[in-house]
Write a protein that binds this ligand. Sequence first.
Ligand code: GSH
Length: 210
Amino acid sequence: MKLYDFGRAPNPRRVRIYLAEKGIDIPTIDVNLREGEQLSAEFLAINPGAMVPVLEIDDGDYLSECIAICKYLEALHPEPSLFGEDATGEARVLMWNNIVENEGMFAVAEVLRNSLPAFENRALPGPLGLAQIPALVERGRARCDNFFDRIEKRLSDSPYLAGDAFSLADITLLVVVDAAANMVDIDAAASRPALAGWHQQVSNRPSAQA
Ligand SMILES: N[C@@H](CCC(=O)N[C@@H](CS)C(=O)NCC(=O)O)C(=O)O
């Protein structure tokens, strides 16, 4: 297997943290998004969506989308479980992972991709070169606030997003919180004590270095 990766991008980090939690070692190939390597004919043949991460599996096929890559690896390496222990547990992990991706990751991306000059004409990932819409920056910040408030409520009632155990949903949230702080200067934990405590704890896991 091989992982198509880019060290500075948030989504591939989700898979790298997952691999570190599992103790799985997979060779990586860097696709330099800053240089536009994701738009090369060679990479588009691997993922027509022009995004990383992509996992090349041993039969030569390619899997994109963090959730699909992690689910595939979970089947090969079930322990320790990061997808919940039973039907309800798995549903909760998937539910929170989706909430974090749709409400959090996309909100941070909306701010980032519509404000940074590096994303000029790259306002959405993928093969279309779409122009930035500056008005979306403010909307994205409002969405981030609303999302982190929802997470604060959840983490006031539950040690981890999906319940008592660390899961894939926490990995996605860690990546979103760090991307918000490092890329768009949104300190989600500053006025949210439950989120701050959770962030401290998950950042202390060795996998957070991935
Ligand atoms: N839904 C996808 C999102 C992948 C994604 O957005 N990847 C970004 C890096 S964080 C990317 O490859 N962007 C390419 C670009 O900006 O052109 C997943 O779960 O893997």
